[in-house]
Design a protein around this ligand. Structure first.
Ligand code: SAH
Ligand code: SF4
Ligand code: F3S
Length: 455
């Protein structure tokens, strides 16, 4: 019948049009988990206006760089990357190039001055505007810069296009009020704002429905969550959401990790026994000048309390060497501190001067050679501790959440323990997302190896 013919013709025409309209997005994400979560949200919005993800720069109609500025090295990487897209843009003038995230927030219009081939710059408070801005640039080319709204409202409706398949992030709050003197984050992420619990629960349920087994709740300092319940209550409520196999959170500031939270972890069912508890340094003098508001003694007491309440807890940390006026004595105190606490792992950074932060104006900035020497020494001490900690686990049987084949060998699978340690094992038909039991047989500094244990 003619009407049927017309309908099927228009269907064919429509699908051809959609194919023609299909646009490719190349997304580059730098920085922390919060940026990963923001990128997934932006990808979700861009999908709604016809973009699909690609790995191929040459095929991209839109390249989005979601940036970090926590250290100078993070910024250098981004500037290098932006520079490389200049030639690409000359070959394909229709290409749209956007810069978002923390460095976009910090640099604003200066970014376009330095790299005029960038089409738009959106700050951290504007990520939900990305699709609107891109659509307007598709119609008419001009430069768009918007870094307003840094402490603004958090979008209530989100449609993240999540990467990975087993583990994913759910932000519970944005911003930071702590103003550690070295840190740029409060300036580029604005003041603390918490999402209402119902929105968080809905997002966790949505992630579970998509097949994710492990959820990490994110915030710069989750313990100051203020969405109408305490963080411990929020965590306990998420623990009860059906289908959540593992629940993690980061980051905790030692100044306000509560007894209530320790109890919640100890009594939780899916809450993993791992706390990332950045100490930053191991000497009171430096901690005070960093504005960390705790002492070494207070931190040590907190660690004791956590370890007494949560058997097998793993503790990881962040440390900065080369803070202004750091002395050899301060540094050796920090090495002693590491030997006392015995962290499972530590992320170690060289202090990077961030203009606009108080520490940038402190006198006695440390020279690069000393910073590097101290970093090497710190890592050496911590690596020995990490190896000893992992070696102590040999012969134990642990629960591993399977992530999939390892990057280097298809026959070897990788997964993580509840304590967040990486485990490699020879697989026998396990699938990503399954929980298996593995007997640990070998320990290295950054991972463990083992064999699957059947029933
Ligand atoms: N909100 C989290 C993470 C902040 S950024 C927290 O408070 O722990 C992640 C880490 O980067 C910090 O823990 C700190 O160790 C490091 N960092 C922040 N600013 C830095 C700087 N200026 N130089 C070197 N490392 C820095
Ligand atoms: Fe930066 Fe300190 Fe805030 Fe962490 S708590 S984001 S280190 S200011
Ligand atoms: Fe994260 Fe870097 Fe911003 S660490 S909050 S992406 S400055």
């Amino acid at each position: 019948m003619p009407s049927n013919f017309a309908a099927s013709f228009s269907r064919v025409a429509l699908s051809a049009t959609i194919r023609l309209m299909e646009k490719k997005l190349k997304l580059l994400t730098y920085g922390c988990q919060m940026n990963v979560a923001d990128s997934e949200r932006m990808a979700g919005l861009l999908q709604q206006i016809g973009y699909t993800l690609t790995d191929d720069f040459d095929a991209a109609d839109l390249i989005l760089i979601n940036t970090c500025c926590v250290r100078a090295t993070a910024e250098d990487k981004v500037f290098g990357q932006i520079g490389r897209f200049k030639a690409l843009k000359r070959l394909k003038p229709s290409l749209i190039l956007g810069v978002t995230g923390c460095m976009a927030q910090k640099e604003g219009a200066d970014l376009i001055k330095r790299a005029p081939h960038v089409d738009f710059v959106l700050g951290t408070g504007q990520t939900s505007e990305v699709a609107r801005v891109v659509e307007s640039l598709e119609r008419e080319r001009r430069h768009v810069v918007d870094t307003s709204n840094v402490s603004g409202e958090i979008p209530t409706e989100v449609f993240p296009l999540r990467g990975g398949q087993v583990s994913t992030f759910v932000p519970i709050m944005y911003g930071c009020n702590n103003f550690c003197t070295y840190c740029i984050v409060p300036y580029v992420r604005g003041r603390e704002r918490s999402r209402p619990p119902e929105e968080i629960f809905a997002e966790v349920r949505q992630a579970v429905a998509e097949g994710f087994k492990e959820i990490t709740l994110l915030g710069q300092n989750v313990n100051s969550y203020a969405g109408g319940m305490t963080f411990a209550e929020l965590l306990t409520a998420c623990d009860k959401i059906s289908g959540v196999e593992r629940l993690r959170f980061m980051t905790s500031h030692p100044k306000d990790l509560s007894d209530e939270l320790i109890d919640a972890i100890a009594n939780g069912q899916h809450i993993c026994e791992h706390i990332h508890l950045p100490v930053q340094y191991g000497s009171d003098e430096i901690l005070r000048r960093m504005n960390r508001v705790y002492t070494v003694e207070k931190y040590l007491r907190l660690v004791e309390k956590i370890r007494a309440a949560i058997p097998n807890v793993s503790l990881t940390t962040d440390l900065i060497v080369g803070f202004p006026a750091e002395t050899d004595e301060n540094f050796s105190e920090t090495l002693d501190f590491l030997r006392t606490v015995k962290f499972d792992a530590a992320f170690t950074f060289i202090y990077s001067k961030r203009s606009g932060t108080p520490a940038a104006t402190f006198t006695d900035q440390i020279d690069e050679a000393t910073k590097h020497r101290r970093l090497d020494e710190l890592m050496k001490v911590q690596n020995e501790i990490s190896l000893a900690k992992n070696s102590a686990l040999i012969d134990s049987v642990v629960e591993v959440l399977v992530e999939g084949a390892s990057k280097t060998d298809e026959k070897i699978f990788t997964g993580r323990t509840r304590s967040n340690k990486i485990v490699l094992f020879t697989h026998c038909d396990e699938r990503a997302g399954e929980l298996v039991r593995v007997k640990l047989t070998h320990a290295q500094t950054f991972l463990l190896k083992g064999e699957i244990v059947r029933a």
